[in-house]
Ligand binder design. Structure first.
Ligand SMILES: Cc1ncc(COP(=O)(O)O)c(C=O)c1O
Length: 287
């Protein structure tokens, strides 16, 4: 198999040759931002939304965007085209670049490091999805700007590991008795036939999949609202789902081994998944 090619600072090069300085602030401080963009049938899915979120993350970290939209688009499309029409997950990272000295404070004049790579995006396992997944809960131990998609992810890493060790799919994070999101996903519940997800703000990532699910609910007349989800209310919700680029819309059947609703994926989820899949097919066909 041909060696994978990655993009680094203006060049497409074999992955083995892609190296970054040990003085890069991304390495020293996790001082950078990233995006993960699905590409279906060779087409980047919701690219504009991802580039908007990338811009907001860069602004939040006070890193000047090194590229115009057209430049981003052409780099990411060129990277995606190299892999052909298979479904892909495109990872993009921008760090503050190489430091002169290891000091926390930075100068605005630096030159960001830009890295992107594409890997095969495995399809969501249909059996697993039909069965639904288990989750656990944990206090949200992250910082107070989780709306920024930064590469400083050690809290998410540790929280996701807890799920892995418990044989669960995801860790649901709570703060002051409210469910915020998952370690790498957004959370939805169904309460009396209304789809509910926490409102956007500094506590959670505005997921591209989350926003699409709300858009589909709005366009198709499904009742929905952005509202707090008290941790204690989980015993009473009829459905719970996770959303993310790699999971799409995944039903959860238990939280901390307590069943959600009837302990099987619910009808509202089935409807939303069908809408999501239809939207995805349309995007693949028409871009
Ligand atoms: C903390 C967190 N929340 C939510 C999401 C879902 O975002 P998206 O739908 O853009 O994949 C992710 C994705 O990785 C995440 O890391």
């Amino acid at each position: 198999m041909a060696e994978p090619v990655v993009y680094l600072n203006g060049e497409f090069i074999p992955a083995q040759q892609a190296t970054v300085s040990v003085f890069d602030r991304g390495f020293l401080f996790g001082d950078g931002v990233y995006e993960v963009i699905p590409a279906y049938g060779g087409r980047l899915f919701r690219l504009e939304h991802h580039l908007d979120r990338l811009q907001r993350s860069l602004d939040g970290l006070r890193i000047a965007n090194p590229y115009t939209r057209a430049q981003w688009s052409s780099v990411l499309q060129a990277l995606t085209q190299r892999a052909g029409s298979i479904d892909q997950s495109v990872y993009v990272q921008v760090t503050r670049g190489v430091a002169q000295m290891r000091t926390h404070a930075f100068t605005e004049a630096g030159s960001p490091t830009v890295f992107a790579m594409s890997s095969a995006l495995g399809a969501v396992d249909p059996e697993r999805r039909a069965q639904g997944v288990q989750t656990i809960t944990h206090e949200d131990i992250r910082w107070h700007r989780c709306d920024l998609k930064t590469t400083a992810m050690v809290a998410n890493v540790l929280l996701q590991q807890l799920a892995r060790e418990a044989g669960a799919e995801e860790t649901l994070l709570h703060r002051d008795g409210r469910i915020i999101e998952g370690a790498s996903s957004n959370v939805f519940v169904v309460v009396q036939d209304v789809v509910v997800t926490p409102p956007p703000g500094p506590e959670l990532l505005p997921g591209i999949t989350r926003d699409l699910v709300l858009e589909l609910a709005r366009e198709n007349g499904l009742p929905w609202r952005e509202d707090e989800i008290p941790l204690r209310s989980l015993a009473k919700v009829s459905e719970l789902w996770l959303t993310s680029g790699s999971r799409e819309v995944m039903p959860v059947i238990a939280v901390d081994r307590q069943p959600i609703g009837d302990g099987v994926p619910g009808p509202v989820w089935r409807r939303v998944l069908a809408l999501f899949q239809e939207f995805k097919r349309g995007a693949q066909a028409h871009g």
